[in-house]
Ligand binder design. Sequence first.
Ligand code: PMP
Length: 368
Amino acid sequence: DQNIMPVPVAFSDLEEKICTPDQLRPKPDNSALVFGKYFTDHMLEVSWDSKQGWAKPVISPLHNLQLHPGAKVLHYAIELFEGMKAYRGEDGCLRLFRPDRNMARMLSTAKRSSLPTFDAEEMIKCIKRLIQIDKEWVPYSTTSSLYIRPTFIATDPSLGVASPNEALLYVLLCPVGPYFTSGFKPISLMADPQYVRSWPGGCGAMKMGANYAPTIYIQKQSELLGHQQVLWLYGADHQLTEVGTMNIFLFMLNKNGERELVTPPLDGLILPGVTRLSLLELAREWKEFRVVERTITMAEVIQAHEEKRLLEIFGAGTACVVCPVSSISYQGREYNIPRSEPSLSQRFLKTMSDIHYGRVQHPWAVDI
Ligand code: PMP
C-alpha cells in the first residue's frame, strides 16, 4: 500500500450533513459580537492519512472533536491556522478578500509543520460552500464581517517526535464586529528588547499556533504597564518587526524630505500579511510617495521623531485593516506619534473597506 498515490482534496466529493431546524442556534446581536466567541451552525472537516491521502471533505453541524490523548497536536503543537474574512456587500453579495493568499500562506506553514499540502482552489471551493450554507451568519453590516478560521492539526496517536501520519483540517466561522467599537482609536505600544517573537532561521513567518502561545504573557506585561500592544523588536540594533498580531508601517519624511512609506522586509522574522501586501500594492499603484520594504531600527525612529519627520505609524492586519499608533514606550521614555492630515491610515481603511463591501469592483474581492 506504499504505492497508493495520496489523493488530493476534491470539492466534487464534498458531503453535506445539514442541521435539522432544531439544531440551528440563535444568532447574536451585531452589538454583542465579541471576537471569536460565536460560531456558526456548521463546520468543514477533511481528514488525511499518509496511506490514503485526503478523505472526502464533510460539512456537518458544529461539534466537539474526539482526539486520542496521545495525538501529536497535544504534545508537540503540530498545529497551524489561517485568518480571513467574508463580507456582506452593500449590494447584498458575499465576498472573500484574496483567499488565494491565505491558502498560499497556509500551504507554506503546512510544509514547515510537516503537515501535508492540498489543492488550494479545491479548498477555497469547500470554504465558499460552507459560507453559503451559513450565509445568514454573515452580518448585515458594513462594519462587521464573518471571520474564517481554517485550522490544521496532527492527530495520530503516537508520541514519536516525527512527521504525522494522520491529520485533520477543519474550518470554523465566526461573525465578528467592528474592531474599533468607539471609532478609529490609536493604540499605545510597549517596545522592550528583552522580549523576542522570532529570530533568523526560526518560524516567525509561519502562522503556527506555537508562535502565539508565548506572546500572551508578554502582551499581558504590556497591559500591566498601561499599554495596549507589544512592538516586537529584534536584534542588537532593536529592529522593528511587528506590532501585536499586525504588520507595522511607518509613514515618514526621509532625510531628503521625501515622503516614504516604510515596512520591514519579508526576511523570515515577520508574518507575510495579506493586508501588508495589499497596502504595499495600493501605495505602489498610487505613485504618490516612495514605498520601501527595509529594516528599520528604533534609533532611526527616535531620530525621525526628534527631527519631526514621522508622519504616522500604524499596524495592518485582517482584524482591523489598519490600526494607528499613538505612542511607543521604549527604554524609559514615551514617544508620542503624530498623525498626519490627511491621514494615510484612514485612506487605506476607506480604500480597503470599499473593496470589502463591494462599493468598488476589484479583483481582490472574490464572489462566494
Ligand atoms: N502578523 C502576525 C503575527 C499576525 O498574526 C497577523 C494576522 N494574521 C498579521 C501579521 C497580519 O496578517 P494578515 O494581514 O494576513 O491578517
